[in-house]
Write a protein that binds this ligand. Structure first.
Ligand code: NAD
Ligand code: ZN
Length: 359
């Protein structure tokens, strides 16, 4: 069966397009009591961007702490705050930030129309009712969260997304000006998330012409940004990176990520290492699986003077190490994409533990 997946309904791209936000939302304000919820990364408190939010009437801006990756309980708290704000659903939820703020916005928009807690919906196609209108405004580029059908959350038992057609944003606003001010190491780590999406998609067994088309373009854009000719980054690097993120997300929409993301999910769930750095720490050990990609990754690390965290798994007990390896091994679709339908014959818990021990 070929997948028939949902896409974003509307998209605006361009420097300065953030100024159009109020205009984009206006048609959804049908009644004076209608309001919007802004889920905005806490880095923008006391930042000029906050003053540019087109707040009106009973709009509710909620600054979200992204020190830790988004969790199901954080989604439940935010959903309760929105419910407590008014006796009606908001006209929409707008997520402004990196993958964390965007995933929180997706999840809150879903939980407002679906009963229970966010943890109930971690998995595939468990959501029953459409979300309220929701929109993404990325301020960090690479995760592809702006285009994907998942909202990745740390839950009580696992790190797993709320994967559904209803998760997909209704509107995306891509304004490369919003990337200004991202710290260089963070820009690199999140950018490498995109590069690794491409490597895993293009080397995966699920690859088809759709994911190849998007993946190759995203990879070329990543190279333009992170391995520029004559070591001179293009002036429009932010524009290129935003499109790389989008295309990289489109590539994995029809394929899957692979070994690196499986290992990174384990690092994140057990050691609380964030997705971008976690991917880089894992990818650094994966020459056997992705030789070309890892070689090029090392060139990028050198060129940008990034020193990866080392020995992050040192001092872990055997029990914790095994738990982490089980989290990684449990992500069957990722292994199947990476190693093929007989993946269970090709990777063992001990192999994963050996890789983790090198990190
Ligand atoms: P992030 O959203 O966690 O943000 C990282 C840091 O950058 C934060 O401290 C944030 O405050 C800061 N930041 C964001 N924008 C900034 C700006 N313009 N200027 C200065 N600082 C800024 O990072 P991320 O890498 O974009 O997202 C990681 C999250 O995304 C993880 O939780 C991961 O699981 C998730 N993810 C989701 C998907 C998906 O498809 N839904 C895909 C990949 C990753
Ligand atoms: Zn990723």
């Amino acid at each position: 069966m070929h997948r028939n997946f949902k896409m974003i309904s509307r998209i605006v791209f361009g420097r300065g397009s953030f100024s159009q936000l109020g205009e984009i939302l206006r048609p959804f304000r049908k009644d004076p009591a209608d309001f919007f919820v802004y889920i905005i990364d806490h880095v923008f408190c006391a930042h000029p961007l906050w003053d540019r939010l087109p707040l009106d009437g009973r709009d509710l801006p909620l600054a979200v702490d992204t020190t830790d990756e988004p969790s199901t309980w954080q989604v439940d708290d935010l959903t309760a705050a929105v419910r407590g704000h008014a006796d009606r659903l908001p006209a929409g939820v707008i997520g402004i930030g990196g993958g964390s703020a965007m995933d929180l916005a997706k999840a809150v928009s879903l939980l407002l129309t679906n009963t229970g807690t966010a943890a109930d919906y971690q998995g595939w196609d468990l959501i029953r009712n459409p979300a309220v209108y929701h929109m993404a405004v990325p301020t960090l580029a690479g995760t592809g969260a702006e285009v994907s059908r998942t909202a990745v959350l740390i839950g009580p038992e696992k790190k797993l997304g709320i994967n559904s057609d209803h998760t997909v944003f209704d509107q995306v606003l891509l304004d490369p000006e919003l990337l200004a001010g991202v710290p260089l190491d963070q820009r690199f780590y999140t950018g490498m998330d995109c590069y690794i999406h491409c490597v895993e998609s293009l080397n995966g067994t699920f690859l088809n012409a759709f994911s190849k088309g998007y993946g190759e373009k995203a990879m070329a854009l990543c190279r333009d940004v992170f391995l520029p000719k004559k070591n001179h980054p293009p002036e429009d690097a932010g524009d290129l990176l935003m499109m790389a993120s989008y295309f990289g997300g489109m590539s994995i929409a029809y394929s899957q990520v692979g070994v690196c993301h499986a290992l990174s999910y384990g690092l994140s769930f057990i050691l609380k290492i964030h997705h971008g750095p976690g991917n880089c720490i894992a990818f650094n050990q994966l020459e056997a699986y992705y030789p070309e990609g890892v070689r090029e990754f090392h060139e990028m690390l050198d060129l940008h003077g990034i020193s990866l965290p080392v020995r992050v798994t040192r001092g872990m007990s055997d029990k914790e190490m095994e738990r982490m390896a089980r989290v990684a091994l449990g992500l069957a679709p990722l292994w199947e994409n990476a190693l093929g339908p007989d993946w269970e014959q090709k990777i063992t818990l001990d192999d994963i533990i050996t890789l983790y021990q090198r990190m």
